[in-house]
Write a protein that binds this ligand. Structure first.
Ligand SMILES: NC(=O)c1ccc[n+]([C@@H]2O[C@H](COP(=O)([O-])OP(=O)(O)OC[C@H]3O[C@@H](n4cnc5c(N)ncnc54)[C@H](O)[C@@H]3O)[C@@H](O)[C@H]2O)c1
Length: 341
């Protein structure tokens, strides 16, 4: 496919600006349609981003018919993702959609099947893979300098007052947020999930209706253990949105605060109760031309043009989603759950 890619964006709420800002800087994407259940939201975005040629509407099918796009960007709420994605795929469009794929594995599997049947790309926004620091951290762990990874700990403590769909959503932390952290854990460790035991709770003082906090222990492939402790209603001493990480290897450990700070140590001798520790030298390497949403949108559009496969293709991303739904099932049943994709 050559020339400009025609795109329709569905869901003109909070996150859509994180898409339209970078898109404005890509001269090979033409926004030809905007859809929202609330027409005013679509019109407002049309004006703000000066998208004079974009068709607006409340019904995706009708806008697709008029705008004839190559791709659909799904920025709707999680509950709407299956319908929006399947409608777009069936109309012959490639889809890049917001996380999480779906609120159930059954719905996500149907989305993957539809993408396969229609021979279209369906990829998911996991913008945290497109950060310079996570790549430095992942590459260091992969280098083997701290020995083979055995343990990964992720802590997420944020007091976020959103309002809107999250306030009433079931399993809000695990389904709407932990998908990012679980996908990061797969990216950092290079391991896939095997089983999980989790406990979910809505602590005293929570301003969410359900499941604002959770603790989960995953077994990953090659015996790696991943722990996740998270809360979306934690005031004070917040972590970054990207989590606080500790990776332990056979020879050393490495920490990342989710921001600029990465530091690690390993024993430098083989004697004494406590071995002498030497610091790893970990320069933060700037590698990416486009980061976050911009990085993934760029990769997706390049793949649509060249026939390539984005790294967050649905066939891979469903493994991160499986971690979410297994953690939910474990919390609901009180049992350790095997993760089958
Ligand atoms: N990747 C990230 O870092 C990140 C950050 C925030 C939100 N998100 C994700 O983005 C998605 C949207 O979140 P938000 O905060 O923008 O929510 P929001 O409620 O602000 O916006 C969602 C919009 O979608 C519209 N909508 C809902 N169902 C629709 C449908 N069937 N057809 C057309 N429009 C529909 C709503 O009217 C609303 O305007 C969620 O999946 C969320 O998890 C991702």
């Amino acid at each position: 496919m050559s020339g400009k890619i025609r795109a329709v964006l569905c869901g003109c709420g909070g996150i859509c600006k994180a898409w339209l800002n970078p898109i404005a800087g890509f001269n090979d994407i033409e926004m030809v349609g905007l859809v929202d259940l609330n027409l005013e939201s679509a019109e407002k975005i049309k004006q703000e981003f000066k998208l004079e040629n974009a068709v607006t509407g409340t019904d995706l099918k009708a806008v697709l018919k008029k705008a004839k796009p190559d791709v659909v960007f799904d920025c709707t709420i999680p509950l709407a993702h299956p319908d929006v994605t399947i409608t777009a795929l069936k109309k012959g469009c490639h889809v890049l959609g917001e996380k999480p794929m779906a609120e159930s594995m059954k719905a996500a599997q149907k989305m993957v099947k539809t993408a396969d049947a229609k021979k279209k790309i369906y990829a998911v926004i996991q913008n945290r893979r497109y950060m310079d620091n996570i790549i430095t951290y992942r590459d260091f762990i992969k280098s083997g300098e701290m020995g083979e990874i055995t343990t990964l700990n992720a802590d997420f403590y944020i007091g976020a007052h959103f309002g809107g769909f999250r306030d009433v959503m079931k399993h809000v932390l695990l389904v709407d947020m932990a998908i990012h952290s679980f996908d990061q854990a797969r990216f950092i460790s290079g391991k896939d999930p095997v089983s999980v035991y989790s406990q979910e709770f809505n602590p005293k003082g929570s301003w969410y209706a359900h499941g604002a906090s959770a603790i989960a222990v995953f077994e990953m492939t090659d015996g790696v253990v991943l722990t996740y402790r998270g809360s979306w209603c934690a005031e004070g001493m917040n972590t970054s949105w990207e989590c606080d990480w500790r990776a332990v290897g056979a020879k050393g450990s490495c920490l990342w605060d989710g921001g600029e700070k990465i530091k690690g140590q390993a024993a430098s001798n083989a004697e004494g109760f406590f071995r002498t520790q030497k610091d790893f030298n970990l320069p933060v390497e700037k590698k990416l031309v486009h980061t976050g949403h911009a990085g993934l949108i760029r990769e997706f559009v390049d793949c649509v043009k060249s026939g390539g496969t984005p790294q967050t293709i649905c066939h891979d991303n469903i493994k991160s989603l499986a971690m979410v739904h297994a953690a939910v099932k474990s919390a609901e049943t009180g049992k350790k759950i095997e993760i089958k994709i």
